[in-house]
Design a protein around this ligand. Structure first.
Ligand SMILES: Cc1cc2nc3c(=O)[nH]c(=O)nc-3n(C[C@H](O)[C@H](O)[C@H](O)COP(=O)(O)OP(=O)(O)OC[C@H]3O[C@@H](n4cnc5c(N)ncnc54)[C@H](O)[C@@H]3O)c2cc1C
Length: 539
């Protein structure tokens, strides 16, 4: 039976960082388990390949939610990365940190050491920003952060229109101020996607003390009383056991980590027992507190024909794009599509932006799975700090089945009010003179939608996830917390959760970089605890 010091379940944004840091000491034997295949794919490496990744299951868990009672009972699509790099291998590559108060809120919620003053130096240390380092940015870290190599001219039109609508220009959303409109920086290097696997695994994959097992899926955590001692996995060889001398670290992401805890008998009694699983440790918060950024997309036609569209004129542009990308990794294929955007406050009194915009020089419906003919543009509008909370649960006891996913979007009325206000602001931007000059009219929600009731109906009919579920194994000290501030599962020794699921509340922005920081901070704590094993959980 294989035995390691540390078993990391999941090679995603956090898991890749953990594997790198924990195996840096040759004395630690580390096993990194990944359910998905290796990531040697042109679709992953080529930024525009995201369109293909979202429509297929090869590198994607392809989850769907329960019917959402406040969204016309629609089931929403939740893609998640299933390969080395996890969701950072299929995401839109936007590099965003959030604002200081996001992290100060975590600290105030009973998590010492997670405030902005603690995490800001970690963001900086992990970063290699191609613009160079400064007080806030790093240039010595492994994570390459770049400007988009070949921006679409429509992005500049959007930024001009945003300025005309009152959203001032901001060249750096990760600078001193987040508010404003501007270019996104991306986790790319030389025109290629730079996932957590590129940043943190490539250089260290051959360490003799690190074993990476792909296509190996953890089925449950093995427990001896209240201590984690290993994991049972499904690998190409069948069902096996892998043992951990020191710790099992779950880094499977906001959906799979709580699912794995529930499958292991750790969670709310009713949830576990209803599925016919023996309760090993009652922990009522597992899978609860799920939060996500709900997003509504405004679509307009582009008369300038500079958009990426399904139209006869695209053929020569695509041929040129393939040649450019083959030659030097520039051109359209190097685009993450969501090249520019913005952060807006809804009232002058707001302490932080409540709304984020992602502008796409293309029609985008149903995550790109539904094609729309012609040239168009899409403005995604999402509400950054929803109050609605949902749950990840068990559909049954089968470890290979999808979990139950119910984010219960818009269960808090304030969320709808903020999203509506954001959509109205988005419509004002798209109607501002620079954009109006090239607009062929609004396709969604459409000119006929003029009053609040009609707009609300469109939101309920069309809103989708913009891919940032967090909170399902939240960190804290209250009865619904799943892990403590050192990310140790309450009441179980030798078990941590280290991924986006531990965020007690959503940050104001995209969640990849913050999750890598969680991986880095956790690594430091795990290494510090190595000679003084966690005692809180065992007590
Ligand atoms: C389509 C999309 C677009 C996004 N765009 C952006 C963006 O532009 N910018 C941004 O900042 N964020 C973006 N995000 C969000 C961001 O990528 C995620 O928040 C982040 O990657 C989550 O990291 P994680 O470590 O929690 O989980 P993941 O990165 O999802 O990693 C979990 C890993 O664990 C593996 N795993 C799960 N269960 C098991 C098991 N039982 N056994 C073995 N392995 C397992 C998975 O296959 C996966 O590789 C996007 C996400 C998606 C899906």
């Amino acid at each position: 039976m294989a035995e390691f010091d540390y078993i990391i379940v999941g090679a995603g944004s956090a898991g890749a960082v953990l594997a790198n840091r924990l195996s840096a000491d040759p004395a630690n034997r580390v096993c990194l388990l990944e359910a998905g295949k290796p990531d040697n794919s042109a679709l992953i490496n080529t930024p525009l390949g995201i369109v293909g990744l979202l429509g297929t299951k090869t590198y994607n868990w392809y989850f769907n939610t329960e019917p959402q009672r406040h969204l016309n009972n629609r089931s929403l699509y939740w893609p998640r990365g299933k390969t080395l790099g996890g969701s950072s291998s299929i995401n839109a590559m936007i590099y965003i940190r959030g604002v200081p108060t996001d992290y100060d809120r975590w600290e105030q919620a009973g998590n010492p050491g997670w405030g902005w003053s603690s995490v800001a130096p970690i963001f900086k240390a992990m970063e290699h920003n191609e613009r160079g380092g400064d007080a806030l940015h790093g240039e010595a870290g492994e994570l390459n952060v770049a400007d988009v190599v070949h921006p679409n001219p429509l992005g500049a039109v959007f930024l001009q229109a945003a300025a005309e609508a009152g959203l001032a220009a901001n060249p750096d959303f990760n600078g001193p101020v987040q508010e404003g409109s501007g270019p996104y920086q991306v986790t790319q290097k030389a025109g290629k996607r730079f996932s957590s696997a590129r940043a943190f695994l490539d250089a260290i994959k051959t360490r003799p003390n690190l074993t990476i097992m792909t296509e190996t899926r953890a089925r449950r955590v093995l427990l001896a009383e209240k201590r984690a001692i290993g994991v049972e996995v499904q690998s190409p060889r069948g069902i096996e056991r892998i043992m951990a001398r020191a710790e099992v670290i779950l880094a499977g992401g906001s959906i799979n980590s709580p699912h794995l805890l529930l499958l292991s008998g750790i969670g709310p009694r009713d949830e576990v027992e209803r599925a016919g699983i023996q309760l090993r440790h009652e922990l009522p918060g597992v899978g609860r507190n799920v939060q996500d950024h709900l997003d509504y997309a405004i679509l307009i036609k582009d008369l300038s024909k500079q958009a990426i569209g399904i139209a006869p004129g695209m053929a020569p542009r695509l041929i040129k794009a393939f040649m450019e990308y083959r030659r030097d990794k520039t051109g359209l294929l190097a685009s993450n599509v969501a090249e520019v955007g913005g952060f807006a406050r809804l009232t002058p009194e707001s302490a932080e932006p409540e709304i984020q915009f992602h502008f796409l020089p293309s029609f985008l419906r149903d995550h790109g799975r539904k094609r729309t003919l012609g040239y168009g543009m899409t403005l995604h509008v999402c509400q950054l700090r929803p109050k609605s909370r949902g749950r990840i649960g068990l559909k049954n006891a089968d470890p290979m089945a999808d979990p139950l996913i119910d984010p219960d979007y818009l269960s808090e009325p304030d969320d709808l009010a903020e999203l509506m206000a954001g959509v109205k602001l988005g419509r004002r931007i798209l109607a501002a003179p620079s954009m109006a000059a090239i607009s062929g009219g609004e396709v969604e929600p459409g000119a006929a939608i003029t009053d609040d009731a009609a707009l609300e109906a469109r939101i309920r009919a069309q809103a989708e996830s913009i891919y940032h579920p967090v909170g399902s194994c939240k960190m804290g000290q209250d009865p619904m917390a799943v892990v403590d501030d050192r990310l140790r599962v309450h009441g179980i020794a030798g078990l941590r959760v280290v991924d986006a699921s531990i965020m007690p509340t959503l940050i104001g922005g995209n969640t990849n970089a913050p999750t890598m920081v969680i991986g880095e901070k956790a690594s430091r704590m795990i290494l510090a605890d190595r000679n003084a094993p966690p005692t809180e959980a065992a007590a």
